[in-house]
Write a protein that binds this ligand. Structure first.
Ligand code: NZQ
Ligand code: ZN
Length: 386
């Protein structure tokens, strides 16, 4: 097992009716900015629940944060935060709203001239404006981690940021919110969480037995509940397990003491930046091809995953590993997710070269758990994904 440090300060309030307890988590007399997305919370009753819970606070609302939170829009919120002397942020939404709020938490206290530098230079954030979240869409794990991903449409760029100052102080997880989530987003959430686990697991063996079993148990639970949640998002028990899997997949726990990959995410973010493809879908396009391309590096873990998650007991390591990649793709297909770039855009020629050039320019010369995925490899992986 590798050496590690672990601290996760986010308080979780999980279960039915927890939104009622929102006021208990925010310091009295806070001046709050409540941030949300395109309006789903106004249709499913979450907005009223929040307004009720916050009736004793001064609240300024900022709605309209789009999926893949957009820098220019967030800059409008930043202006209001400064003008109105806001001192507490509340994100009500999925990964996009929470990530946008994390950026604002950082930008509100940033002393440099240009907040874009936080993203462009990936400046580590040790202190941000305090914030909490009410999660409305299980997927990213952003509700219990300190990372964010922000998009800039003008330049078709999407950059990650983060730091120990960007954990939410609390997150409210009421699985009843899952009821109103459309099929497309349910499938995205399952795929994103599943891939988060794979990024921290599908590497090489390090005798981290517990982490491996944490990871496998999340994968098994997602496979088990996926058909239930797609059939009936108001199935509370399925929704509870779905939500907790997504949080546990990326709250830092399973990544400690083991090698981490994350190349699928880094390449996937470019597909969202270039084509606007949903985050999770970009992962299903890239992931299985990356495993095929890096087969020799990953086959031991692939075979272990085949045995323990998919119950494939027969065959050699190579055979089991190949079967596991196929099972993964089949699983994504079972959710209604397409796994080829050409199924999302006709304009894919040249994409591999664009992405590999971008990585070269940014100095991203060695990705993956062995830091051996060069821009030329990225090019091959993206071509395999057409
Ligand atoms: O905007 P509204 O109207 O609220 O609708 C949203 C949005 O259109 C809708 N939705 C959310 N909750 C709902 C609901 N609809 C009905 N009922 C509800 N209860 O769902 C749509 C998608 O929301 P979004 O927040 O964009 O989805 P997701 O949670 O998948 O977040 C994706 C973003 O997170 C980033 C991605 O790159 C992407 O920008 N990620 C963040 C990570 C992190 N911070 O740790 C890690 C991830 O790997 C990922 O990169
Ligand atoms: Zn993701």
């Amino acid at each position: 097992m590798l050496k590690f440090e672990f601290k996760n300060p986010t308080k979780i309030r999980f279960g039915k009716g927890q939104i009622e307890n929102l006021a208990k988590e925010i310091p009295a007399k806070s001046k709050i900015m409540m941030l949300y997305g395109g309006g789903s919370i106004k249709k499913n009753g979450i907005y009223e629940q929040i307004k009720n819970a916050l009736k004793d606070f001064e609240v300024i609302e900022f709605g309209g944060i789009p999926a893949n939170p957009e820098y220019e829009i967030l800059m409008q919120a930043l202006e209001i935060i400064k003008k109105e002397n806001i001192n507490y942020l509340l994100a009500v939404g999925g990964g996009s709203v929470i990530d946008g709020t994390k950026f604002l938490s950082a930008a509100a206290l940033y002393s440099g001239d240009n907040p874009w530098d936080i993203l462009k230079k990936n400046i580590r954030i040790d202190k941000g404006m305090p914030f909490g979240t009410v999660l409305t869409l299980p997927a990213t794990g952003s509700e219990m981690n300190s990372g964010a991903v922000i998009t800039r449409a003008e330049t078709q760029e999407k950059f990650g940021m983060g730091g120990p100052g960007l954990f939410p102080e609390f997150s409210i997880l009421d699985p009843q919110v899952v009821r109103s989530i459309p099929q497309r987003q349910l499938a995205n959430g399952i795929t994103d969480a599943y891939t988060h686990v794979l990024e921290q697991y599908m590497t090489f063996p390090t005798q981290a037995f517990l982490q491996d079993r944490f990871a496998e148990s999340i994968l098994q639970t997602l496979v088990e509940i996926a058909p239930r949640i797609l059939k009936d998002p108001s199935d509370y028990e399925a929704a509870s397990n779905f939500m907790w899997c997504c949080t546990m997949a990326l709250n830092g726990l399973i990544q400690k003491g083991v090698p981490n990959d994350w190349a699928t995410h880094m390449i996937g973010h470019e597909l969202t930046a270039l084509f606007g493809i949903d985050h999770a879908r970009t992962l299903s396009i890239i992931g299985p091809n990356l495993y095929n391309y890096k087969f020799e590096d990953k086959k031991e873990k692939l075979a272990q995953y085949a045995e323990r998650v998919w119950n494939i007991k027969d065959g050699s390591i190579d055979e089991k590993a190949h079967e596991a990649i196929k099972k993964t793709e089949d699983f994504f297909h079972s959710l209604g997710i397409k796994t080829k770039l050409s199924e999302y855009t006709n304009d894919y020629e040249g994409t591999a070269e664009i992405i590999s050039n971008r990585f070269t320019e940014r100095g991203w010369l060695g990705l993956g758990e062995r830091r051996n995925i060069k821009p030329s490899d990225v090019e091959e992986i993206v071509k395999m994904s057409y």
